[in-house]
Design a protein around this ligand. Structure first.
Ligand code: SF4
Ligand code: SF4
Length: 367
């Protein structure tokens, strides 16, 4: 049986996923905007002091997590640097206690190895049904990576974080390379050095996105895409031949994840320079965003369309999710054939769309 059905009812889950699409299945929760790095491509406006204030408290998060419906199976805890919050364990525990999540996905800049290790050991020991993915961002080889992120010695800390957690059961450490104008000329060397020198055997890649205050320089886009194509094709090839250990090809769950990532890589390779509509996006239905101050959005891209603030709704997420405002936004997303390459929403675009289910079934059954 799929792991996912341990805590959710399969019939109501699949009805929501494929037909009604009324409850969130996965949420991205920006727990803080604080970060000790200063990447040039970051969407956070660090000059604006206001963005660091008024983070949701643990009490507020406890109320929020009691109002997230019955279909939530995953939460992404992100930031800023999520481990900058010393109470990140309490936040994760609140989701584990009060919702039906089966997995937690965390993105970190890797600067706080001991906090990551303590977190991973605690959560997996106390909640043995949770799979914890920890994605450590590495953009380049040591000198350049430290320069891009503006933290001395950060590359070594990232590798230390990876090594500290790779042996913990049910923790999936992944090094994530964001291909951007800062590193695209160096991507092959980064990949092979990670693999051969630093003995990292779990690597994924994303392409830099225009968001917030960041805009990709037009003259670099072709080069960025070529490097993204190379690294994602290499990841697919090396995952199949066992050089990489991103996915457990012996488990149905691992094969499904591999299929989903392959579909996303292939889609973004075609989409990046010439965007096009492929299928309906379920943002605002199955997928959504909670920002650090409690504002709710359908996705990160439609950041002008705030659906409401949890603090104005007594932390009742579902009240905002089922509001007239969200119905209008869902209608807009559908009628405008809204499309983009935002990976988090894209994953649900594929998994909730009946047209891709046969190829997922083939991966699941391995034929
Ligand atoms: S590590 Fe992430 S949150 Fe921090 S500055 Fe860089 S991109 Fe922004
Ligand atoms: S297609 Fe992109 S911008 Fe449009 S709703 Fe989905 S995630 Fe948001």
């Amino acid at each position: 049986m799929l792991e996912i059905f341990k805590k959710v009812n399969p019939v109501s889950f699949l009805t929501n996923m494929w037909i009604t699409k009324k409850e969130p299945v996965s949420l991205v929760h920006f727990v803080t905007n604080r970060c000790n790095a200063r990447c040039s491509f970051c969407f956070i406006d660090f000059d604006n002091e206001e963005i660091f204030k008024d983070e949701l408290s643990i009490d507020e998060i406890n109320k929020l997590t009691k109002n997230l419906g019955k279909s939530l199976v995953n939460v992404n805890l992100t930031g800023g640097e999520p481990f900058a919050r010393k109470d990140l364990i309490n936040i994760a525990e609140s989701y584990c206690r009060n919702t039906s999540i089966q997995s937690i996905y965390i993105t970190t800049n890797g600067s706080l190895p001991d906090r990551v290790k303590t977190f991973a050991e605690h959560i997996t020991k106390k909640y043995p049904y949770i799979t914890l993915s920890i994605s450590i961002s590495i953009d380049d080889l040591p000198e350049n990576h430290n320069k891009i992120r503006k933290i001395k010695g950060l590359f070594d800390k990232c590798i230390e974080t990876y090594k500290l957690i790779e042996k913990i059961e049910r923790v999936i450490p992944v090094v994530q390379v964001t291909v951007s104008e800062a590193n695209y000329k160096n991507v092959k060397k980064i990949y092979f050095d990670l693999l051969n020198i630093y003995k990292v055997d779990s690597i994924k890649a994303v392409i830099v996105r225009d968001e917030g205050i960041y805009k990709t320089p037009t003259e670099d886009k072709r080069g960025i895409l070529n490097s993204y194509n190379w690294i994602t094709n290499k990841i697919i090839e090396d995952s199949k031949n066992g050089v990489l250990n991103n996915y457990d090809q012996n488990s149905a769950q691992g094969r499904l994840h591999f299929k989903k990532d392959t579909l996303m890589y292939k889609f973004i390779q075609k989409y990046y320079l010439k965007p096009f509509y492929q299928s309906h996006c379920p943002a605002g239905q199955l997928f959504g965003i909670i920002d650090s101050k409690g504002k709710i959005y359908a996705c990160e891209i439609l950041d002008k369309d705030c659906l409401g603030n949890l603090r104005d709704s007594k932390m009742n997420f579902m009240k905002i999710w089922n509001s007239e405002k969200n119905h209008k936004l869902r209608k807009f997303i559908k009628e405008s054939k809204c499309h983009c390459s935002y990976e988090c929403a894209l994953a649900f675009n594929f998994t909730s769309n009946l047209r891709y289910q046969f190829s997922f079934l083939r991966s699941y059954l391995d034929f």
